[in-house]
Design a protein around this ligand. Sequence first.
Ligand code: ZN
Length: 225
Amino acid sequence: MQTGLSQSCLVCKQSSNTAICQYCCDDLTLFDIDRYQHNLMLSPKVNLGLPKVDFPQVLALADYQWPLSKLLTGLKFSKQVPNAHALAALFVKHCLSSIPILPQLIIPMPLHKNRYLFRKFNQSIELAKHICNLSKLDMDTSIINRCKSTPPQTDLSAAQRRKNLRNAFEINEAAKQRLKNYQHIALFDDVITTGSTMNCAYRSLRKHNPDLKIDVWSICLTLTG
Ligand SMILES: [Zn+2]
């Protein structure tokens, strides 16, 4: 985040030599990663909020809350790319700097190609790109594809979301072969809400490589449980 140049804090707009100033950083309430050994599924609150998922591990920066929510929506809907670097830097510092074993690869959550062509922007790829650069990891955006154009999930119940997502992801033959080269990867999305999209992608990957260890990462969790 350090640039050496005076700039405006992305949150409070005051002059700062980092993308998010120290005051705003100090105000953030982040998950206690060490307490849960880099696995927030061990947190009762997170576990209750993600009751119907198969993945055993999840790592995130914080609850979906201001100002992270502002930075995420600015990235997603207004393509405010500097937000991606700032959020990725926070994630790497808070969640990855003390992690015992890093995965070999990050796979960002894909958008359906129609939606991608329409928006020409996938915020999860933008974030994952910076996380990879900062932590020297590889990223692959071609292993899983979204083959079903699902409507935005925001207003749907958890049951509707699951129905909506049935067979939503596909892995082609070349990708299945490539997947065999890995033992440990991370699936990444900007925000996890019910976990149903993530779970669907997780299950698709596991089906083709049952021994693959898959970590689940996101910037924020929006938990209602
Ligand atoms: Zn600030």
